[in-house]
Unconditional design. Structure first.
Ligand code: PGA
Length: 229
């Protein structure tokens, strides 16, 4: 299984270090074969050798240049980072990233050989319109995306389930992942209020290859417990 922690705008450089140390110790002791990723804020990225892979939550699709406030390839390559998260709904809705921009980022980091966690998800209104509307919405989020890319990992994250405490139901996840399986061979993660209370149920769903976790990943012990349930 893939377990990915998305810190968003939580943790600092020093607390990320402490987090990784705790998690690394736990994982080593347990010798788990899960693939574990942590996406800290950009200020906490660093060269890290361990069983956890560090990734960037966001980068601008350039090597370097005049893009105030952004980081590019040079800034992450300094730390050997080769994994990136693209298309998170918070970037799409709060930061105004269009499908075109998301696809541009995807193409750039694909050309650089990055492992790409690509996020898709529907708003509540679409979910309430039924499975077909959901699938069409998700299909549109694959526009301009090479779904055959071998280093692609797709994260299905219904927007209404993110940070709300209300995860999608087992049947909603199973149905959606089955439809996504028709569109790509990439590993399929579920994200949206994944926590210790529902992790066993979610990872047992056929077609779920892992999880992308926000709030419940912020404490390393809690995140680790999710992996050994
Ligand atoms: P959440 O966030 O686990 O806090 O719902 C998930 C995400 O946004 O990736």
């Amino acid at each position: 299984m893939i377990f990915a922690a998305n810190f968003k705008t939580h943790h600092t450089r020093s607390s990320t270090r402490a987090y990784l140390q705790t998690l690394q110790t736990r994982l080593q002791d347990a010798s788990t074969d899960h693939r574990v990723y942590v996406f800290p804020p950009a200020t906490a990225l660093e060269r890290y050798e361990g069983v956890v892979t560090l990734g960037a939550q966001n980068i601008y699709p350039v090597v370097r240049g005049a893009y105030t406030g952004e980081i590019g390839l040079d800034q992450v390559e300094e730390f050997g980072i080769k994994t990136v998260l693209i298309g998170h709904s918070e970037r799409r809705s709060l930061l105004g990233e269009t499908q075109k921009k998301v696809a541009e980022k995807f193409a750039f980091f694909q050309s650089q050989g990055f492992e790409i966690f690509y996020c898709i998800g529907e708003p509540l209104l679409v979910r309430e319109s039924g499975d077909r509307a959901v699938i069409e919405h998700l299909r549109a989020q694959f526009e301009g995306i090479d779904t055959d890319y071998t280093r692609l990992i797709v994260a299905y994250e219904p927007i209404w389930a993110i940070g709300t405490g209300r995860s999608a139901t087992v049947s909603e996840i199973a149905t959606t992942h089955a439809a996504l399986r028709e569109m790509t061979d990439a590993p399929l993660l579920y994200g949206g209020s994944v926590k210790q209370e529902n992790i066993a149920q979610i990872t047992a769903i056929d077609g779920v290859d892992g999880v992308l976790v926000g709030s419940a990943s912020l404490d390393p012990e809690g995140f680790y417990r999710m992996m050994c349930c």
